[in-house]
Design a binder for this molecule. Sequence first.
Ligand code: AOF
Ligand code: ZN
Length: 384
Amino acid sequence: LRPLPPAIRPDGQEARWIRRALALAARGAGTTHPNPAVGAVLVRDGSVVGEGYHRKAGGPHAEIVALRQAGPMAEGATLYVTLEPCAHWGRTPPCADALIAAGVRRVVACTVDPNPKVLGRGFEKLRAAGVDVRLAGEPWGLKARKLNAAYEKYITTGLPFVTLKVAMSLDGKIATASGESRWITGERARAMGRRLRARHDAVMVGIGTVLADDPLLTVRDIRGRPAPRQPLRVVVDSAGRLPPSARLARSVSPEAPVVVAVTDRAPGERVTALRSAGLQVQAFPSDGAGRVDLRSLLQWLASAREVTGVLVEGGATLHGAFLESGLVDALEVFVAPKLLGGASAVPAIGGTGASRIGEAWQVARWRWRAIPNPSGPPDLLIEA
Ligand code: AOF
Ligand code: ZN
């Protein structure tokens, strides 16, 4: 690893500009995939001369937006940026070169870019050109990394960041024995669940959930504004059982695509029927139990579709398979103040589960908050 620039201890004014860069970066969260969300602020003689954020892959990087806004005022300025400026040609030219050419004198960055094509080379290039390069230090580094957890997993491992989303009763059930699940949590919690979708590149469900609930899995209006972009919808459907009459299948469009993940043993006539309904059917090796091998599916989503983050929305079987294959990175669990009971009610996580307590999936850290529900006590959101 290349040596990292020394960290500064930002004073109150500098901390404000770093916070501003982070707030700008957050505006791009959810629309930049497979790129990271990045914000940048250019400051000269104590005032902001340019700022911006990365909106979309293929579009200008945050630094370039800020440089364009600043024009000649960038000369001698300090750049506050949430990620190391890039040093390589991707879809766009290197930011480090543009910053040097504009005469930027000092760069304060929150984090190193974990992309193996960058990984300190941006800092190195800037320093070699005489720019004073610094890290912002903590807590800014952690805040910036948190914003791009999915990008970091994707760019360093070639697998998307996997979040399991569960909406369950207090006793851990996601449906009654008869299969009813509407609704366990309140309206506010469900709206938060839909916003979670908007922040992911892909949402995934198992075929059991499609057959039971006939979900659409699209992002609808968020706070009155139309959704900017639809996540890729993925159905894990080993044997190709998805009915072409399902709402998911009928709602396929170029803006709202659906991928059906089958095993290479799925019956040919089912695959053909799904393809003629406009769905993309992709075959994967099967695991020991004849189901889609989830690691292969994730690798394909990352490499073929540039998916950096997947929200897995059920059901119990798919959640169980993810947990057992060790592919879960995070949990978003909505808990309703209700008991469903019943040995045959559907549990949040199916599969075989741990046979010993020592084999439990141990949560390292969690956060919880109350989601108000006008008709009773609040739901809880537990994030781990
Ligand atoms: C930056 N500023 O705002 C972003 C960066 O294909 P390209 O040219 O868009 O490059 C994508 C790579 O650039 C991405 O993988 C990451 O390493 C970096 N993203 N870098 O200096 C930005 N979004
Ligand atoms: Zn760049």
